[in-house]
Design a protein around this ligand. Sequence first.
Ligand SMILES: Cc1cc2nc3c(=O)[nH]c(=O)nc-3n(C[C@H](O)[C@H](O)[C@H](O)COP(=O)(O)OP(=O)(O)OC[C@H]3O[C@@H](n4cnc5c(N)ncnc54)[C@H](O)[C@@H]3O)c2cc1C
Length: 373
Amino acid sequence: MTTTTSPEAPELADLRTQVRELTGQWRADGRYEPRSDNWMRGFDPDFSRELAARGLIGITWPRTYGGGGRSQAARLAVNEELLRAGAPVAAHWIGDRQIGPAVLRHGTPELRAEILPGIAAARYVFCLGMSEPEAGSDLAAVRTTAARVDGGWRVNGRKIWTTGAHKATHTYLLARTERTERKHEGLTEFIVDMDTPGIEVSPIVDLAGDHHFNEMTFTDVFVPEHRVLGTVGNAWRQVTEQLSFERGGPERFLSTYPLFALTLRDAEAHGADTEERLGRLVADLATLRRLTWQVAASLDQGAAPVVDAATLKYLGNAFENDVVDFARRVCTPDRAELHAAWAQALLASPGFTIRGGAADVLLSIIAKQETRP
Ligand SMILES: Cc1cc2nc3c(=O)[nH]c(=O)nc-3n(C[C@H](O)[C@H](O)[C@H](O)COP(=O)(O)OP(=O)(O)OC[C@H]3O[C@@H](n4cnc5c(N)ncnc54)[C@H](O)[C@@H]3O)c2cc1C
């Protein structure tokens, strides 16, 4: 396993301070309330643009594409602070986390120049068109088709659970470009403008009453040739890599940090019987932070730490659910703020172990790797 400069390194302290000052100011001005799961639910383009103006989006990308040319450790320091503050970062999260890196790895120079500066400036908002009604865990089963036409591709099909599609300017799209015997072959990735004729977005409201995900229908949607991401037919390898970016970050264990922080604040009131459990949670958190640094270090070196990222997501989601359970034990109706934060996190929690790869599927990825000779 590789090591990385710790995101707690003194040279990164200025970044942490910048983010703390910004989130502190926005809270003081009443511009957001910290919420669990706000990296997915808290959509505020103004906040993302504030970060962009400070060079905090695309921080690891080359400067020629509007990036900051810094390390993954720097990115981790920024993101830990944003998640810790429960900040509304959904408008740039997907583009910064995985589409930008995928375009950097696989995009042509033209595609990089077209897409990356827009994400880094928080002008482009991305959603992820991967899952379909019959293809969630089994992504290789996607049925959305892209057929060659003059100058590009014609897309038809349906995507589901697409977070933020109703607010996105662009979607990443995984589509079948060839029918083959082996379902992992014949898939291709595209970048598509959301205002292209033929795309329809319908809302899906979750059990908390929030509208963040959607169904997207593509009817004869034209995608120009230059919007193919990487190699035609090679999407399986590319998307597997992309999932390392999606699964290996600190949002996989810090979704419930705003709730955890409240339980810590009231720690003295909990009594000795809960101290041991609290201690375990703090120790788990330290371990998860260490693991996410290792994933970041591998990404820095151009690797795709598929198994480490799956491990992090599996353990991180378990931790998030432990935090919710712990809060349930210590929050009494007279602790109104804690009670409200617990209720909000509880309603968000069923999605933790499903989105980005269901827990059983992650275990299967880990097991297959561990049993390889
Ligand atoms: C909050 C949230 C946000 C999401 N956002 C997006 C998004 O933006 N874009 C997008 O494309 N998708 C998104 N998704 C979809 C998500 O990635 C899929 O729901 C997920 O991959 C599971 O797919 P599925 O729903 O088809 O379930 P299924 O694949 O039907 O799986 C159901 C259950 O069956 C079990 N299972 C399935 N296959 C296996 C296997 N091989 N081994 C063992 N057990 C198995 C698992 O326990 C799984 O939980 C989101 C989901 C949620 C909850």
